[in-house]
Structure formats: structure tokens, C-alpha cells
Design a protein around this ligand. Structure first.
Ligand code: GLY
Length: 415
């Protein structure tokens, strides 16, 4: 018996109810977010329409495609049962497809005009929006935009340090670093190589994975958010946090990006070492959750006493739990049966916790899908600004829906 055997898993009915509500919510808010996007985070649980200029806009389009897939499955099921799909379902499908296409145009325009693309988040932007559109509907502009985004991403590769630089001008020593989140940007490069039959994209991805995995995972399997290298020699220099509580603590979302990132690294490289690291990084995450399984924004706080937390309350980050669950469901596809079942079960337990604690079930409460996420929480020891604390955020909504989609049947992933 492990510590987690006592927890309930999300049920089949809850998974279906969660997807049904998410699809309903997306259709409900669609008029406000067709030519505009949901921004990174809500204000008092409501998103305001925003332009396509942040690193997060792909998640909203990704939600539209997930809703489209959910209704496609529904229509296919109705057909299998010998019924004609309901007209309302067909109408909603057409509307979601049209909206997805409008947004793909916006992403094509963004990359062609190079609007706010001078950073590494091309995968977060273009995988759930444009790669998804191409995979699901054969959208040619989606393919074109995603390949241009992959071209843009590899311009940030440093051959000396062998990594993709996250932020800032490429010639500044203070920006000569990678961040753990970047592992989710790399599937775009593997996809681009498969699509164009040009190895240059996957070569960069493989070198970055190798450098990142070697440096961001600490001896106890907690992770660094960011890692600096020596500009002249490319040698590893030091780890540091930006969005975590302090240097040396484990930022929850960084650890979750590590879990999903290692699963994707294994998917594309089949390096056995990544399975072992995935298990250890996942174990660290799970062992540093509070009793209700909803991560604090930094894993450190699970070790604080009740008294300390009462004096200095800390917000949660539900998005980390959804990201970690997606990573576990991804890695389960490549593991022996019993091992796979273990990670599938952990993922379902995290989803159950989110379902009880934070899933939106009423459109009057929020126009998002999951409450209680934390984007950027300033502490006395970190370097980030303060915003999006205890709010919905667009990746929290997206990965919750992706996890439910993964649990409800086969899914051809966007990553
Ligand atoms: N990738 C930035 C974040 O997770 O907040």
C-alpha cells in the first residue's frame, strides 16, 4: 500500500460530465473569444478578451479543438447507435471548426509578421492551435504557421551551450539560460522534422533535451526552474528560480513541466534513462503534495506546519496537477501494464482532487474551467512579478481538458 491508495479516482461519469461542461462553457463564451483570445489568467475568475500577443494564446485555441473532438466523438457515437447526430451537435461542430480556423489565421499572421515571437514558447503557441488544426482537419495554414514557428524556435539554439535560450536577446549573458518549461516546446520540432523530412529541427530538440535533463534535475529529483551556462565555454554554471518560492525549492509547475517533458522526451527519443527519471521526478512531486492532493504553488509548502501556513497562507496551483496528470497518462502509454496502471491511477486521483476542489461547474462562477491556479507569485526570494494568483489560467484549463480527453478514449495528441 502506498500513501495514495486511499484516494478515490475520478469516475467515468465525472470524466464525461467534466468534458460536457467544458464544451458547453467554451461554446457559451465563444462569441467573446473568436477574434480575440482568452488571456493568460482571469481576474476574479473571469477572462477578458485579449490580443494574440502572449506566450499562452495557443491554449485557448487548443481548448476549442478539444471541444471539437469531444463533439465529434458524440456524433460518431450517435451514428454507431444507428441515430442521426443531433442538429445542435452538428451546428456546434461547424462553429467550433470555423472559430478554430479564424484563430489559425491569427497565428499565421503572428508568425509571418513576427509579432511577439522572440522567445522560446513557439511549441506552447503553435502545437495546440496550428498542429492540432492540421492533424484534425488538414488545415494547410496551420501546417504552414507551425513550420514557420519551428523555424523561429531553432533560431534560439546556442550551439556552444547546446540549448534553446528561453527569453531575452541572444547576446546577453544574463539571459544565457534554459528553463524547464521548454521541454513542452520541443514536440513542435519533432513534428516539423517528420512533416518536412528535414532533421535540423529534431537535432536541435535532441541536443536541448540532453542539456536540460542533465542540468535541471537535482540529486533528490526536485528540479531547477532555470539553469545558466557559461557564455564562453557553454559549461553548466548554476540553477536559479524565477517563479518558484526561492532558489533550491521546487516550483510546482516547473516540476510538472518536468514530468510531462520527460514523458514527451521518451516518446520522441526512446532513451530508457528518461523513464527512470520520469518515475523519480513524479515521485518527488507526489510526495510533496498536501493531504488534499492540490499542489501549493511551490512544493516546499507541503512541508510547512499548519501554524506556519496560517500565519503565511500560500495559494495553490491546480494547473500543476493537470499538467502532471497529462504527463503520467502520456508515459503510461509506453510502460508495462502494471506500471502503466499505477500512473493512470495516480493521474485519475489528481483529476478527482481537481474535480472536487476547483472544477468550474456553473457558468456564473467563472468563464474558465478550473479555479485556484497560480501564474506568477512574487516572494521575497524570487525574481517574478505578481499576477494571476489564485485565478483560472489558460494552460490550467487546457491541460485539465486534455487530461479528461485522454481518459475518455484514444486521442491523437497535439504535442
Ligand atoms: N511557462 C511559464 C509558466 O509556466 O508560467
Amino acid at each position: 500500500m502506498d500513501r495514495f491508495s486511499k484516494y478515490a479516482e475520478i469516475s467515468g461519469e465525472e470524466i464525461e460530465a467534466g468534458l460536457e461542461f467544458a464544451t458547453k462553457q467554451i461554446l457559451h463564451v465563444l462569441p467573446d473569444f473568436t477574434y480575440k483570445f482568452q488571456p493568460a489568467y482571469s481576474i476574479n475568475n473571469f477572462y477578458e478578451p485579449a490580443d494574440n500577443t502572449d506566450w499562452t494564446n495557443g491554449f485557448w485555441t487548443g481548448e476549442i479543438w478539444l471541444a471539437y473532438e469531444c463533439l465529434k466523438r458524440k456524433a460518431a457515437k450517435q451514428k454507431e447507435e444507428g441515430k442521426e447526430p443531433e442538429p445542435a451537435v452538428l451546428e456546434a461542430l461547424a462553429l467550433l471548426k470555423k472559430t478554430g480556423e479564424i484563430q489559425v489565421e491569427s497565428f499565421l499572421n503572428r508568425i509571418e509578421k513576427k509579432i511577439s515571437v522572440d522567445h522560446h514558447d513557439m511549441g506552447f503557441l503553435y502545437s495546440p492551435s496550428c498542429v492540432a488544426a492540421y492533424k484534425l482537419t488538414g488545415n494547410k495554414d496551420g501546417r504552414k504557421a507551425a513550420i514557420l514557428a519551428a523555424d523561429q524556435l531553432i533560431t534560439r539554439f546556442h550551439p556552444v551551450g547546446q540549448f534553446i535560450q528561453a527569453w531575452g536577446p541572444m547576446d546577453q549573458p544574463e539571459n544565457y539560460r534554459l528553463i524547464i518549461d521548454c521541454l513542452l516546446n520541443l514536440p513542435l520540432l519533432f513534428w516539423a522534422s517528420a512533416e518536412t523530412l528535414d532533421r535540423k529541427y529534431m537535432d536541435v530538440a535532441q541536443q536541448h533535451i540532453h542539456t536540460a535533463v542533465k542540468n535541471v534535475i537535482r540529486d533528490d529529483y526536485s528540479t531547477w526552474h532555470t539553469f545558466f551556462f557559461d557564455v564562453k565555454t557553454g559549461e553548466p554554471d548554476h540553477g536559479s528560480t524565477c517563479q518558484g518560492y526561492r532558489d533550491g525549492s521546487a516550483w510546482s509547475r516547473g516540476q510538472a513541466w518536468g514530468i510531462y517533458g520527460l514523458a514527451l522526451a521518451y516518446r520522441y527519443t526512446k532513451e530508457a534513462e528518461y523513464v527512470d527519471l520520469f518515475k523519480k521526478v513524479t515521485a518527488y512531486f507526489m510526495e510533496h503534495l498536501p493531504e488534499d492532493l492540490i499542489p501549493y504553488w511551490d512544493l516546499e509548502f507541503a512541508g510547512w506546519t499548519e501554524e506556519e501556513l496560517e500565519k503565511n497562507p500560500q495559494p495553490r496551483d491546480t494547473s500543476s496537477a493537470s499538467i502532471a496528470a497529462c504527463g503520467m497518462l502520456e508515459m503510461a502509454k509506453y510502460l508495462p501494464k502494471e506500471n502503466a496502471a499505477y500512473y493512470q491511477s495516480l493521474a485519475k486521483k489528481l483529476l478527482k482532487a481537481i474535480w472536487e476542489y476547483a472544477a468550474v461547474k456553473d457558468v456564473n462562477v467563472s468563464n474558465g474551467l478550473v479555479l485556484h491556479s497560480t501564474y506568477s507569485n512574487h516572494s521575497p526570494y524570487n525574481t517574478c512579478n505578481h499576477y494571476g494568483v489564485d485565478e483560472c489560467n489558460s494552460w490550467g484549463d487546457y491541460f485539465y481538458m486534455e487530461a479528461l480527453t485522454r481518459l475518455s478514449g484514444d486521442w491523437e495528441q497535439y504535442w
